[in-house]
Design a protein around this ligand. Structure first.
Ligand code: DX5
Ligand code: ZN
Length: 214
């Protein structure tokens, strides 16, 4: 069954507490938290204190997506509030060392690539990853249009992970909705991030169920 990681980026943070029980009852596997620094991406979102508050109100594993410059500087702080912790290949940190540090701190490691990055560039790091996140929009904002160029990248990463005998989650993030989710699953995505699609749904449990049925 494909896993779902709702992205809270465009939600109302003060009413999020009332929505979390719906996610828990629907069996949502992760909660996606987008950290933006205004440098690596042209937008600023939130950091450790907000994630800490969310963590205090839910048992759903937290899937933290760092969109920050030189993320190795902040791994320790974020590892304390994350279950899955991911950063960008393009963000200027030593990739292998940062992935190892995330695992050593007890989190699942995730390496993320932007739409212009070719999957082959990260093949050497796959044994250090518990998950790879393929962006299907330019990182920085919710509500953008899905880029189908993400699909062959997922296929390539899946094939390489199988060749290496790795148990790797492949996550896709950006523009996931009723039309694009089946394409992502067909390509081999095992975790779908969905922001606007989930938070604008009239019936959240029904929408989650539809995704789980894919
Ligand atoms: C974009 C973020 C996404 C965003 C997805 O930089 O990484 O997680 O919240 O939002 P939707 O699903 O609305 O494209
Ligand atoms: Zn994200």
């Amino acid at each position: 069954m494909v896993k779902l990681s709702p992205s809270v980026l465009t939600s109302d943070f003060l009413t999020l507490k009332q929505i979390l029980p719906q996610f828990e009852a629907s069996g949502v596997e992760m909660l996606h938290l987008d950290v933006m620094d205004g440098i690596f991406v042209p937008n600023i979102s939130f950091g450790v204190p907000v994630i800490k508050s969310i963590k205090a109100h839910t048992n759903i594993p937290l899937d933290v997506h760092l969109m920050i410059d030189r993320p190795h500087r902040y791994i320790k702080q974020f590892a304390e509030v994350s279950d899955w912790l991911g950063f960008h290949y393009e963000a200027g940190s030593n990739v292998a060392e940062t992935l190892k540090e995330i695992r050593a701190l007890g989190c699942k490691s995730c390496l993320t690539i932007k739409p212009k990055t070719e999957p082959e560039e990260i093949f050497e790091f796959l044994p250090l990853c518990d998950m790879v996140l393929v962006m299907s929009v330019e990182p920085g904002f919710g509500g953008q249009k899905f880029m189908p160029s993400a699909l062959p990248k997922i296929k390539a990463i899946k094939a390489e992970a199988e060749r290496l005998g790795l148990n790797l989650e492949i996550e896709i993030d950006g523009g996931i909705n009723a039309e694009t989710a089946p394409l992502a699953v067909e390509a081999g995505a095992t975790v779908l991030v969905a922001g606007n699609y989930i938070f604008s749904a009239d019936d959240i449990p029904k929408t989650v169920e539809e995704i789980h049925r894919l």
